[in-house]
Design a binder for this molecule. Structure first.
Ligand code: HQG
Length: 188
């Protein structure tokens, strides 16, 4: 499977497993799962033929482990590991975060972030990375990246809940400004 095809299938899966299942007439269950056979059938019916081998390849090779396939009594099912805009309960267990987590963004959002902290915007959670390199890549999607550090240890002690997704992304409801350090500022 070539890289272009892999990216195309991955984007198609993300779109329908996170954002617009109704576009191809599928419904995710409460926890975000859909039978693999149903997904592939619906995709084909809407002009996107994906083989089971291709799907397995994308799930296994995806750089960010965006999807999980699970074998159940009724056959295999698939879901996106995070990043949904439709309502799903990923049933992730709260976990204790490392002392610091990182968030990659761009300069044009900094004034708002300084004033109101990090907000989930269109997603269900604020997404935080365990290392600066990952946060840099996340920020670079929008322009020249700016990496903020988050005093996750202090947030946790103050009672904020953290979840960690299947692919190592840390999720929390919001990050108040006092737990953020912008580049060039001392740690909070
Ligand atoms: C910004 C991708 C103004 C925030 C990535 C970000 C990640 C604010 C944008 C995952 C703000 C939201 C998530 C505030 C936050 N005022 N702007 N108060 N608070 N922002 O895409 O973290 O490819 O929803 O800095 O790799 O960029 O989808 O979040 O720039 O892991 O698998 O608002 O998405 O993964 O953008 O990215 P997003 P994100 P996937």
């Amino acid at each position: 499977m070539d890289e272009r095809r892999t990216v195309k299938v991955s984007k198609y899966l993300s779109k329908h497993l996170r954002h617009q299942p109704g576009r191809i007439g599928i419904a995710l269950d409460a926890n975000g799962w859909v039978p693999v056979a149903e997904l592939l059938g619906a995709a084909a019916a809407h002009g996107m033929r994906i083989t089971r081998d291709e799907l397995d390849h994308v799930v296994a090779e995806n750089d960010k482990k965006r999807f999980t396939v699970e074998t159940g009594p009724d056959g295999d099912r698939i879901r996106a590991n995070q990043g949904h805009t439709v309502t799903v309960d990923l049933a992730l267990e709260p976990a204790e975060p490392p002392a610091y987590l990182y968030h990659g963004t761009v300069a044009r959002f900094l004034d708002a972030i300084r004033a109101e902290g990090l907000r989930p915007m269109d997603r269900h959670h604020v997404h935080l990375s365990p290392d600066r390199a990952t946060a840099t890549r996340v920020g670079a999607r929008r322009g020249r990246p700016v990496v903020l550090s988050v005093d996750a240890g202090a947030m946790h002690r103050a009672g904020h809940t953290f979840l960690v997704s299947e692919n190592g992304v840390w999720l929390t409801d919001a990050v108040p400004p006092r737990f953020l350090r912008l580049p060039g500022e001392p740690r909070p």
